[in-house]
Design a binder for this molecule. Structure first.
Ligand SMILES: [Zn+2]
Length: 399
């Protein structure tokens, strides 16, 4: 298909091709402090079939953003996110235990909460190491007796760490990285140059987009800029000599937690280092899945327009990707918003669409007439519980 053929700003992060099919133009509303563009095109590489965000930002912009907005290591996570996280961790440990010896050297790059490192330690893995840009995360994990240093994957690899690990682990990282070739070069730098070197990687699976039809910001947002199928992952890693050691079907973790309202498919794969560079096989599924997904999901919820008919001030609870895309796609809502509230204190010094972000406590002091719109992908039910526990009297609505 030659429709919407464009010359892309960000060359294909896998095969370096300059041309893509534009699948969708996405708008977000981001605080200026993020230093990231508020729109990008979702494109599909004409050569290898990889689907990614054709963003005008560069790796340096993302490095700065993550240094300041490291929500992954903060301990504000609430119950629901933890249920998903514990299932992911369980599967990661299962895979690693199947192939990796307990005395091998393992480095977790971008370890965030450090949950995986702690679990591996409990399971008897003896030589664990962590690298993370958050000072808080490093301090916390050091206190648990696990060696780690503060740093970004793109920093120079310390000499004593070079080629010294049997296993590099990156979880929930690869979908965020602008320069995938840079990431792969770094992975090779940390890995030993022998036959017992592995790379464990996971990412949200494009194969799950159509299955569960989650809202667009679940899958496409300012942080998630690469959209991997298993074929896409194989293509990227194959270029650097990695061969997958798990069967296709073992690489998908299907999460369908009705009670928690979490429905997602996660890709998890373990690769072994070889000296053979593999050729790219064009991914013909990614584009089809993403096009059909966008067709099916259409415009975001219509509920918002019904609510807007009433003359009422609005407080938006949640300042994540979901809220930002909703506002960018429906800017007429902004004038109706009094302010935002969020549990994440890192958000209190930013303004969104000129409106301030406060601690939810403000709702106890302020008027009780504003309608609270709960705008969170993963924590809506927890927020509902919090509203009830805090005895906040305002009406609320989950978007
Ligand atoms: Zn490509």
């Amino acid at each position: 298909m030659a429709e919407n053929l464009v010359e892309i700003k960000r060359i294909c992060p896998i095969c370096k091709n300059k041309y893509g099919n534009k699948l969708k133009e996405l708008h977000m509303m981001l605080p200026n402090e993020y230093g990231l563009p508020d729109a990008y095109d979702v494109v599909c590489c004409t050569k290898c079939g990889f689907v990614f965000a054709d963003t005008s930002a560069c790796q340096e912009d993302y490095n700065k953003y993550y240094e300041k907005n490291n929500i992954y290591s903060d301990n504000f996570c609430v119950k629901k996110a933890n249920v998903k996280s514990s299932l992911l961790q369980k599967r990661r440990v299962e895979i690693l235990e199947k192939f990796i010896e307990k005395d091998m050297n393992i480095i977790d790059i971008g370890f965030g909460s450090g949950e995986l490192l702690q679990l591996l330690k409990k399971r008897g893995f003896m030589h664990l190491f962590g690298l993370d840009p958050s000072e808080y995360a490093v301090e916390m994990i050091s206190n648990k007796g696990i060696k780690c240093i503060k740093g970004n994957i793109f920093d120079n690899c310390a000499r004593e760490l070079k080629n010294s690990f049997n296993v590099v682990v990156t979880t929930a990282v690869i979908e965020h990285i602008y320069q995938l070739d840079g990431l792969m070069t770094k992975v090779l730098e940390y890995l030993k140059e022998d036959a017992h070197a592995y790379f464990f990687v996971d990412a949200p699976a494009v194969e799950g987009f159509l299955k569960y039809l989650n809202p667009i910001p679940n899958n496409f947002n300012h942080e998630h800029i690469n959209y991997f199928t298993l074929q896409g992952l194989d293509n990227l890693l194959g270029l650097y000599g990695f061969e997958r050691v798990l069967e296709d079907k073992e690489c998908y973790l299907d999460l369908d937690l009705k009670e928690e309202a979490i429905k997602d498919v996660e890709l998890m794969a373990l690769y072994k280092r070889t000296s053979v560079e593999r050729e790219i096989r064009k991914d013909i599924n990614a584009k089809k899945i993403v096009i059909r997904y966008f067709e099916k999901i259409g415009r975001m919820s219509n509920k918002i327009f019904e609510l807007l008919k009433e003359e009422q001030e609005i407080v938006v609870w949640g300042t994540g990707s979901y809220a930002m895309q909703l506002l960018a796609e429906n800017p007429e809502i902004i004038s109706r918003i009094s302010y935002f509230v969020d549990n994440n204190k890192q958000k209190y010094n930013v303004k969104i669409g000129g409106k301030s972000v406060f601690n939810p406590d403000i709702l106890l002091k302020n008027d009780q007439k504003s309608l609270i719109l709960i705008c969170s992908m993963n924590n809506a039910n927890d927020i509902k519980e919090q509203i009830n526990n805090m005895k906040i009297k305002n009406k609320y609505f989950i978007l």
